[in-house]
Design a protein around this ligand. Structure first.
Ligand SMILES: [Zn+2]
Length: 206
């Protein structure tokens, strides 16, 4: 997690793969993401990260990423500030990250995972905003495509844009748009497109 990586938004990386180190989960039909905070770093002389409460502050007293996200979430919850915009990327393959959409950070709390205290952050999917620095990624997302579907599509399409073979800046595209009844849940309705072909498709529809 990276608080205000750019002036106008933050970034988090999630993983729902088996053996993922954190228990991120998707709720409310794909519109809400519950993101777990980060552990203490692995360091000699400190407890193993999974046995320690997730830290709000680092030993020098500065807020950690957990602390920064918590502060922003609670400010928004109290109505003292508008919610932080967070770009969410999901690991679908080693070294491959897919854009999952723009979310608003609306809540933060700590809970026990049975062993220690962890942070939980509530993120709600929002319609794409025109943020400087993210315009090429800010395509409309109305629902998160499940990880299993993304992984199957990735494999079927060979990790390439199905129109030009580009291997960078890839997006998971709905063949029939979600807004027109297309499903996010079936592999057959999702395909890999590069940003250029994803955008040119959008222009055609509008
Ligand atoms: Zn392409």
């Amino acid at each position: 997690m990276h608080f205000r990586l750019r002036p106008s938004f933050s970034v988090i990386l999630m993983s729902r793969r088996r053996n993922a180190p954190y228990r991120d989960r998707v709720e409310e039909n794909g519109r809400v993401l519950i993101y777990e905070g980060h552990d203490i770093p692995r360091k000699e002389g400190y407890p193993p990260p999974k046995n320690a409460d997730q830290p709000r502050k680092s030993p020098n007293g500065k807020l950690t990423q957990n602390g920064l996200f918590e502060e922003a979430a609670l400010r928004a919850k109290r109505g003292d500030a508008s919610p932080e915009t967070v770009a969410v990327y999901e690991k679908i393959h080693p070294g491959i990250w897919a854009f999952n959409g723009l979310f608003l950070l609306t809540d933060s709390y700590q809970e026990s995972d049975g062993n220690r205290l962890v942070f939980e952050f509530r993120l709600e999917l929002t319609d794409s905003l025109n943020l400087r620095g993210i315009h090429s990624y800010a395509l409309p997302h109305t629902r998160i495509i499940p990880s299993e579907v993304k992984q199957a599509v990735w494999k079927r399409d060979g990790g390439k844009c199905i129109q030009c073979g580009a291997t960078d800046n890839l997006h998971f595209d709905h063949d029939i748009p979600y807004s027109k009844g297309g499903s996010s849940l079936v592999v057959e309705n999702i395909r890999l497109l590069c940003a250029r072909h994803n955008l040119s498709k959008k222009d055609r529809i509008e």
